[in-house]
Design a protein around this ligand. Structure first.
Ligand code: 5GP
Length: 192
């Protein structure tokens, strides 16, 4: 998506360790207009698919998911990161290793909000190794619901997450795919 690529080029900051900072439009300050356009694009990409709900993970996925959800006309459920699972029996739980914080979180979603047979679209801000998306897939499948697809704002194509998910037959649509980035020169190359 050209608009997003242009914004990443102008405002993205490449950090060591293959981390891209996009704090001024996605991860700290939010450009609502841009995220609405991204939501519209997700809607176009998943046109014709049955989508009953969107599932994301706190915190950064929530804005992307909510602004997309208005074009699908469905609710957003966000999985919560928690230190301990204290409401056993009432939640689906999984473990996710955080790419940015290098720690493992227990992640939960209430059984009330994913029903068996519902078709779920996963949306998140970044895809790197795929741990977050795989955790969300795990929650959906625990509920007996269906993974309709995965929508990602920025996929880091130099990392294996997207390729492995697609090899597993999951439909992954990313609005921008990074081919490479250089933390010394700041150069970012996109895959088309
Ligand atoms: P994965 O689980 O696919 O390895 O990483 C995806 C998660 O880590 C996303 O939910 C996102 O919040 C975070 N993440 C991964 N890479 C980056 C990055 O380069 N920049 C930012 N801001 N977040 C990232």
């Amino acid at each position: 998506m050209q608009l997003l690529e242009e914004r990443i080029k102008s405002d993205g900051i490449v950090k060591p360790g293959d981390v891209l900072k996009v704090d001024n439009f996605l991860n700290h300050q939010i450009d609502v207009e841009l995220l609405c356009e991204m939501g519209r694009e997700f809607r176009r990409l998943f046109d014709g698919c049955q989508i009953d709900k969107i599932l994301t993970i706190e915190a950064s996925g929530i804005a992307v998911a909510c602004l997309a959800a208005q074009y699908f006309g469905v609710p957003v459920v966000f999985a919560k990161k928690t230190r301990s699972i204290n409401i056993e029996g009432e939640v689906y739980a999984t473990r996710i290793e955080s790419f940015t914080h290098k720690r493992v979180y227990d992640v939960i979603v209430s059984k009330k909000y994913i029903q068996p047979g519902e078709h779920m679209l996963i949306i998140d801000d970044f895809l790197a190794n795929g741990c977050a998306v795989r955790g969300l897939i795990d929650l959906i499948r625990s509920a007996g619901a269906v993974v309709e697809g995965v929508g990602i704002a920025i996929e880091k194509g130099q990392m294996p997450g997207g390729r492995l998910l697609r090899e597993d037959g999951i439909r992954v649509e990313s609005l921008a795919i990074i081919e490479s980035m250089n933390d010394e020169t700041g150069e970012i190359v996109f895959r088309h």
